[in-house]
Design a protein around this ligand. Sequence first.
Ligand code: G16
Length: 583
Amino acid sequence: MTEIIATQAYKDQKPGTSGLRKKVTVFQQPHYLANFVQATFNVLEANGGIPEVLVVGGDGRYWGKEACQIIIKIALANGVKRLWIGENALLSTPAVSAIVREREGGFVAKGAFILTASHNPGGPTEDFGIKYNGENGGPAPEKLTNLIFSETLAISSYKVAGDAPVVDLAVIGKTNYNGAEIEVISSTEDYIGLLRKVFDFDALRKLVQRPDFSFVVDAMHGVAGPYATKVFVDILGAPTSSLLNAVPKEDFGQGHPDPNLTYAHELVEIMGLHADGSISEKSAEGIPAFGAAFDGDADRNMILGRQFFVTPSDSVALIAANSTAIPYFAAAGGVRSVARSMPTSGALDRVATALNIKLAEVPTGWKFFGNLMDSKTAFGGADYNPLICGEESFGTGSNHVREKDGLWAVLAWLSVIAAKNEGSATFISVQQIVEAHWKQFGRNYYCRYDYEGVTTEGADKVLAKVRATAADQIPLLGGVACVTIDDFEYKDPVDGSVSPNQGVRVLFADGSRFVLRLSGTGSSGATIRLYMEQYMGPEDVAKNIAEGSLPATRTALAELVTIALTVANIEAFTGRNAPTVIT
Ligand code: G16
């Protein structure tokens, strides 16, 4: 029976870069989650209709199961006919996308709620999150999330199927309610079925079982664990010792499930590195050849070689340059187009130019790639698929789903390593593969400074200061002048929507740059991100490698860092004299 519950609007339900993320305690306020879910249904009803089949699942963080039960009752009251819920309410973000796009059996999902705050910590005093994905399996576009936000400001009641049963989320199976069906499904089956179509698992098995190859992946107690166990141990035959933190925990083992050099410290140490990317004192002997980490909802990834960090920007460029190692792309004659977010380095641009393939630059946020992936006409009528995309924020993926995909990235890397080592008696390492790439395309030195938890006021002042600076006031960088300072604005070529103020760019004549933007994924205060990039051509890279003098990132970017910090004056506006995280 449908009950109408009176409620009061909350003013703070504006989704950020990817969904609504707040402290658990905020979500636990009376009707808070229900308001957001009902507002979403109201908007969907007025814009194409309530989805008949809906997927629900999340990254296993604290309060996920409770939220799942609330959503089930509201969905049923709003007319959803079939709910597919991940076992134990667990579904990785890319797995949700795969289920929406691929799950068979006479029904097709038209949307999904994903219960995640991604890489943010979990637990009773930490973060929770929810986002809606549409029928393409990707995050709702800004047009829709803006409508949802407006609706949350006006909402006065929501519907609930008060007599619907509480579903046992631990048991795969179906429950009926008034002609509707709630089905608890395998969290891994559909998604891994899709990965089997994308990759050559036989070739990967051969690599994994080479005596001179070893690897370790860190699921950081997020939802990647069950998927990694199935793929690496059950299917590829790797030992269980190659998995770290593979059991999902509601508080991520009290860690911060963000796969970067600072927060993935356990893996970073195993791989012989320090948090700043420099090599640790640990003997190289016994260090695995390959390492990777995932975030809470398994859409982000970090790639490491033995004593070697691969920047996310280099990672996507290298996958794109070697896409024929992956059957999904090989079948299409190689990747035909690539895309990156604006702050991501130009390493991908070098590959696109050399391979004569199209490149798109979009604002930060995976949702912007989705439109390109779905379009057959974007950018002058070219068929845009298949498409490889990447972001500096440890996101990599392709149009096999409409989310970034951590496991995909790791399997893509293993495919490249397998192809490079095919028939090679001695093992060709991650470092050798990356250095060969730089010798061919040049190296985009790259680094990001994060200042987390600063005041919004201070952060705004930093950006305003840089925006108000004239190009000729910026010091020369190695004798090269700054030519432009602007705000990145994006016009979506598919739906024509305009996204202004997507980051302040300070551009030098040789393509070097620094960029500032505010994070859109935090749950309180503000986070300033400062991105810095400088290019070294292939000849210089080759010469430096031959002489054993290729500068480390810190050294190569030292002058640019000084200029950026002087111009932005972050310390004066925020009181911070150092970033919280460097990647
Ligand atoms: C989300 C989006 C990403 C985006 C990232 C940026 O990632 O899905 O596409 O790059 O936010 O975060 P920020 O605005 O903090 O720089 P996730 O993994 O948090 O869902």
